[in-house]
Write a protein of this length. Sequence first.
Length: 364
Amino acid sequence: MKTESSNRHANPLEAIRSEFETIPDTTDIGMLSIKSANRTLEDAARRPDPEQLYLELWYEGEVCCLFADSNLGKSIFAVQMADTISQTRRVLYVDCELSDKQFQLRYTDKETGQRHLFPDNLFRAEINPCAIGVERYEENIIKDIEMAAIRTATDVIIIDNLTYLCNSSDKGVDAGLFMMNLMNLKKKYGWSLLIIAHTPKRSLMSPITQNDLAGSKKLYNFFDSVFAIGQSAKDKRLRYVKQVKVRAGAFKYDSSNVIVYEIEKMGDFLGFEFKEFATEADHLKQRTENELTQQELNVLNLHKQGFSYRNIAERIGISKSTVSNIVKKHLSKTVQASNDDGHVDTDGQLDIEWQETESEDDEQ
């Protein structure tokens, strides 16, 4: 006659669970490292809390993202961050934007010829032009960044920018795979990474949101923290910095308290000069009846590129019916404008020919 114990162990699942009950409170199973919740807290408490790298925008051990539209000074702000951080830490700046000559001119006083003196802890790397387009380019560039950081003994890495390293950064799946490789560097070495990214053309009427990041939701989810640079609608010389995502700290620079700067050349250094704290609304353009919201711009631009209603809805995070309504609404406006004036006027916000067509699959 079988005992209750033998019956229980006759079940393969119960047998595995029985073995697990005998192992210590920490173990490795394949790719997983398993600990009890209490052991997790105990081990983590032995390590120091992460320190700020730059204001409350970026903390130690984080993979952070800075994004903005073109020509708003992303690289200028990133170099300013690197200059500050490298006063106490070793920093590797992977520069895919400027040539060495452009970099030199940017940080040289035109009148005196005096060049800015960066801390010796700041290292700058460029991509060899001959390496661009080689086989397995994205995989190899990650390995080269890893080796460069090891050889320079840096634990803070700034990559400017994502588009140059990941040719499909606007496609969520491909960008996600690239980001997973970067995340592995963080987990393997405890490094802090800042990734510079672009955003599609934005409307100055709309607040900055996570949906403005090229690649959108799938890419956004990989980052520990995200902040952005916006252009002031009331003064083209002004920029504002806004936190979009926070894990380690608090939302200090949200829409109610953005940091307002002006880009200025102070002798041999081009940088962001602090002006004030303000609300984001203070620097947004007031919308007129005929102007489009940021969401409408995003929908119409994707529709122009040939995306279906369903794909647009998934990328932006709205319903398919909302996408349809935006397209139909704008179509009716352009038709009315054409009837009234003999031409279609989109106020310069879009250059687009409208086709209200959807595949049968998209209407299902």
